[in-house]
Ligand binder design. Structure first.
Ligand SMILES: NC(=O)c1ccc[n+]([C@@H]2O[C@H](COP(=O)([O-])OP(=O)(O)OC[C@H]3O[C@@H](n4cnc5c(N)ncnc54)[C@H](OP(=O)(O)O)[C@@H]3O)[C@@H](O)[C@H]2O)c1
Length: 350
């Protein structure tokens, strides 16, 4: 099986991760690199400031960047596209592609639309069936499937088994988010060197809402959101890659810390059962050292596709504390989209 794919926003931080991950993907062949007018018509290595430590694949370096346009997909016969463009332009652009072919999007724009699945394959693979409603309702030949915000994913994966086994009454979370999460032009060096910034526009709302949709139950065509509150405080820190989060969970049932270690460490989902190419063996790695996880050492564990969880402790009856870490441009973005597309292929949606 080889499906022809394109990347929208191929020159950006997430776009570059797509290129890196697609270079060795067994099912998807990268056929089109698309970006804004700034890059269109240039060789890729002239248009993009490559920030990854891996080499740009030679064929990509020499390829021409195309202006984002659905005509490119039609001309090349693309089977699907991955999108990593700014949310301010995504409604029209992603919509125009979805009229024709499947779109797997990192962008916030469509995530909370009622007919758009917001998928973490280990948690809510059944929500993919919303694609049929979406196609019918919007009259599209293609569809849009979204993955969550980069901080949401590191939080919601450990919350899932806790929610299933212990129940959740309330979650408080403080994030420490890497610079790459803000895009290449993101945060000026003079603002962040020797500093941290206790505000990221729009981020707290996403972290507070998206997990409730992902953990929600599909009833007919609609998702009934999980019924607890999340309170988030989001911070930008001087780390290159890897978002760390301090999490406090009020559970319904009481527990011992060792129970939670077992619940998290033993958790697997559909990608593991289906052996999807980008699936890690276990989506959660439990760390016992008292000073881990740390972004520098733990963000690349299992090719950046896992959430590392440590400092699991019980504060008092029904109050759990832990620290989690995930790679924001891999599990939090490009890797998440790839896993969603692999699931959709297995489910014969493509
Ligand atoms: N970085 C992360 O960790 C992360 C995680 C999850 C989700 N996301 C989301 O993914 C998307 C991309 O993020 P990023 O960090 O990769 O941003 P980025 O580094 O700023 O890259 C943006 C990409 O979009 C293109 N673009 C910019 N303006 C455009 C326009 N008007 N029309 C068409 N294309 C345009 C850029 O092309 P040019 O180079 O030609 O300007 C570039 O390829 C955003 O929606 C972001 O919120 C990011």
């Amino acid at each position: 099986m080889e499906l022809k794919v394109g990347v929208l926003g191929a020159t950006g931080m997430v776009g570059q991760r797509f290129i890196e991950l697609l270079a060795k993907h067994p099912w998807f062949k990268l056929e089109a690199l698309m970006a804004s007018e700034r890059s269109a018509g240039k060789r890729y290595d002239e248009a993009a400031s490559w920030y990854l430590t891996s080499e740009i694949p030679q064929d990509v370096a020499e390829s021409q960047v195309e202006l984002i346009d659905v005509g490119v997909a039609e001309k090349l016969g693309l089977d699907l596209v991955f999108s990593a463009i700014p949310s301010s332009v995504a409604r029209d652009i992603e919509g125009s592609f979805a009229e024709k072919i499947p779109v797997f999007s990192n962008t916030a724009t469509y995530r909370m639309d009622r007919d758009v699945p917001l998928i973490v394959p280990e948690i809510n693979p059944d929500h993919l069936s919303q694609v049929d409603t979406q196609r019918r309702g919007r009259g599209w030949d293609g569809f849009i499937v979204t993955n969550p915000n980069c901080s949401t994913i590191g939080l919601v994966i450990p919350l899932k088994p806790i929610y299933d086994v212990l129940g959740i009454l309330e979650v408080n979370v403080a994030t420490m988010q890497a610079l790459s999460g803000a895009g290449y032009a993101g945060v000026p060096s003079m603002a962040i060197l020797d500093n941290m910034i206790p505000f990221i526009g729009g981020e707290e709302e996403k972290v507070e809402e998206e997990p409730l949709k992902i953990l929600g139950r599909l009833e007919g065509d609609e998702v009934k959101f999980a019924g607890f509150d999340i309170f988030a405080s989001c911070n930008r820190v001087m780390v290159r890659n890897g978002h760390t989060e301090s999490v406090f969970v009020k559970t319904k049932e009481d527990f011992q810390a060792s129970d939670v270690e077992e619940i998290l460490g033993g958790f697997i989902g559909e990608p593991q059962k289906l052996k999807l190419p980008s699936a890690p063996e276990n989506p959660i790695v439990v760390m016992e050292d008292r000073d881990r996880p740390q972004p520098l050492f733990d963000r690349d564990t299992c090719a950046g596709m896992v959430v590392s969880v440590g400092r699991i402790r019980k504060k008092k009856k029904n109050l759990l504390k832990f620290t989690c870490l995930s790679h924001n441009t891999i599990r939090g973005a490009a890797g998440a989209s790839l896993l969603n597309a692999e699931l959709a292929v297995k489910k014969k949606l493509i």
